[in-house]
Design a binder for this molecule. Structure first.
Ligand code: CP
Ligand code: NVA
Length: 312
């Protein structure tokens, strides 16, 4: 069966654990790496990854490109606008054609449904590189980062102070699969998706939503923030106003554990969702988090290719 990586909720806890462990192993094995050197197992050898972008990207674009090279393969990158997809060619036809030419497809799309349709028709693995609904690759890198700094994620308390957006939805899926507590603080009109909350409740995950950032952050091991205005959000001024009391600043961080970590998927807006002293301060691990995107992508692609984990 074709292994797609569309959402954290689609995979079992065992599969996800294997991916995170493989990501840790691939990072460990490359200490002192030259960036272009293939991994010892080269599970992407002779394979081609197509990448399609409907939205901007720095981390996802470069980490997937470098990742497939380190796995021994090659990438072809295109914006959707440069493809016939941008002129209305059906997603299904795009999937059929690319399946004949490449070994995997990574897509960053406006509409989650388009990624599901692509995967349904594609004969090669499809990876979700962010949609309006979720950002599963980011969360694999985030879990890896937390574990690097604080050990096993299970049982930890994470506080999300931001929009209940795509990244938040994937974090909710992960709370269920990895067994951590997630406290979300967001304004009433910006809650996570109903789908993610139903999944959390059916999985008996420890996920709560409050409008009070202090309640969410108190005693937390990790505090996470994201932009108040995601790509595709048109209500910029309205959002800035709604989120004014949801800034992660030194005062809020003081309520978390004294050694709490700060994470942000980036890009960040200093002075809006987070102050400069926090994001550039000693508790912030954002650069490790950004680096870990490449190790996470490699583990995700290796899993899609059915390669054995390097952690075994
Ligand atoms: N965090 C993240 O996905 O970054 P990009 O939008 O730069 O890919
Ligand atoms: N929530 C953000 C994440 C960017 C990586 C967005 O969708 O724009």
């Amino acid at each position: 069966m074709t292994r797609h990586f569309l959402d954290i909720s689609d995979l079992t806890g065992e599969e996800l654990r294997a991916i995170v462990d493989d990501a840790h192993a691939r990072k460990r094995l490359r200490l002192g790496w030259p960036k272009g050197k293939p991994d010892v197992d080269a599970p992407g050898k002779d394979r081609v990854l197509a990448m399609i972008f409907q939205k901007n990207s720095t981390r996802t674009r470069f980490s997937f490109d470098a990742a497939i090279r380190q796995l021994g393969g090659q990438a072809i990158i295109s914006t959707a606008n440069d493809m016939q997809l941008g002129r209305g060619e059906p997603v299904e036809d795009t999937a059929r054609v690319l399946s004949r030419m490449v070994d995997a497809i990574m897509i960053r799309a406006n509409e989650h449904d388009d990624v599901l349709r692509l995967a349904k028709t594609s004969e090669v693995p499809v990876v979700n590189g962010l949609t309006n609904q979720s950002h599963p690759c980011q969360i694999i890198a985030d879990i890896m980062t937390i574990e690097e700094h604080r050990g096993a994620i299970e049982g930890k308390v994470l506080a999300w102070v931001s929009d209940g957006n795509n990244v938040c939805n994937s974090l909710i899926h992960a709370a269920a699969r990895f067994g951590f507590t997630l406290r979300i603080a967001c304004p009433a009109g910006y809650k996570p998706s109903t789908e993610a909350m139903v999944f959390a409740s059916e999985s008996r995950a420890h996920v709560t939503v409050t409008q009070d950032p202090e309640e969410a952050v108190r005693g937390a091991d990790v505090v996470l923030a994201d932009t108040w205005v995601s790509m595709g959000d048109l209500d910029h001024d309205e959002r800035l106003e709604a989120f004014q009391s949801y800034q992660v600043n030194a005062e809020l961080m003081k309520l978390a554990k004294p050694d709490a970590l700060f994470l942000h998927c980036l890009p960040a807006h200093r002075g809006e969702e987070v102050t400069e002293d926090v994001i550039d301060g000693p508790q912030s691990v954002i650069w490790d988090e950004a680096e870990n995107r490449i190790h996470a992508q490699k583990a995700i692609l290796a899993w899609c290719f059915g390669a054995p984990s390097l952690a075994d």
